[in-house]
Design a protein around this ligand. Structure first.
Ligand code: ADP
Ligand code: MG
Length: 185
């Protein structure tokens, strides 16, 4: 069974956003055949949805590094179930959300299937993704654009506001031993 390094974007813009993110990380720690091996800082970010469907509330965003032997579709299915478990309103998926998971990178894989595109097609255009991803692994290469995350961040056009928060992500709920959380520097 191949172990892959996966980066997952998390985002919340309703209720206690920090708590939703902490719960999401704790639940990712419990995934089968998987281990959380890194968590970025949390960032407070301006909603960038051009249609305004996500509402006016700013997001908490972060990125989690997961080592997993789950297949991509199985991981997406579990993450979508977890979104529902955390209270995401499935009837209005585009609206304000308790939790949004995006599979940003799945090893070096290119995936283009119904309901799953990897690398995430908007990863390189979004400051709220690239800031935490470049914090976690600046040298990580985008498998189709062939640039590192820090290069993509440097070249980025997105002027939306993204502020790193002085919080300790993912530490509120107990997790399995061996879970490495990147220290705030
Ligand atoms: P968004 O994250 O774009 O605001 P959703 O979370 O509702 O919107 O996702 C919309 C659809 O995107 C989902 O039904 C999911 O199947 C699909 N999707 C495609 N690629 C990915 C990916 N890499 N990660 C997460 N969802 C994806
Ligand atoms: Mg999503």
């Amino acid at each position: 069974m191949t172990l892959e390094i996966v980066f997952i974007g998390i985002g919340s813009n309703v209720g206690d956003r920090q708590d939703f993110c902490d719960r999401a990380i704790a639940l990712m720690n419990l995934l089968p055949l998987s281990q959380v091996t890194g968590v970025s800082s949390y960032y407070e970010t301006e909603p960038v949805d051009p249609e305004g469907k996500q509402g006016e509330n700013w997001f908490y965003n972060g990125v989690v590094r997961l080592e997993t032997s789950l297949k991509p579709q199985a991981l997406l299915d579990i993450l979508q179930e977890t979104e529902r478990g955390l209270g995401r309103d499935d009837a209005h998926r585009g609206g304000p959300r308790a939790m949004d998971f995006d599979i940003l990178l799945f090893g070096e894989h290119h995936i283009a299937q119904e309901g799953l595109t990897v690398p995430h097609p908007r990863l390189h255009q979004r400051r709220f993704v690239l800031e935490p991803l470049a914090e976690l692994d600046p040298a990580c290469m985008h498998p189709t654009l062939h640039c590192s995350m820090s290069e993509l961040l440097e070249a980025l056009d997105d002027t939306s506001r993204v502020t790193r928060l002085p919080l300790k992500p993912g530490t509120k709920y107990p997790s399995r031993p061996g879970c490495a959380v990147s220290p705030l520097s």
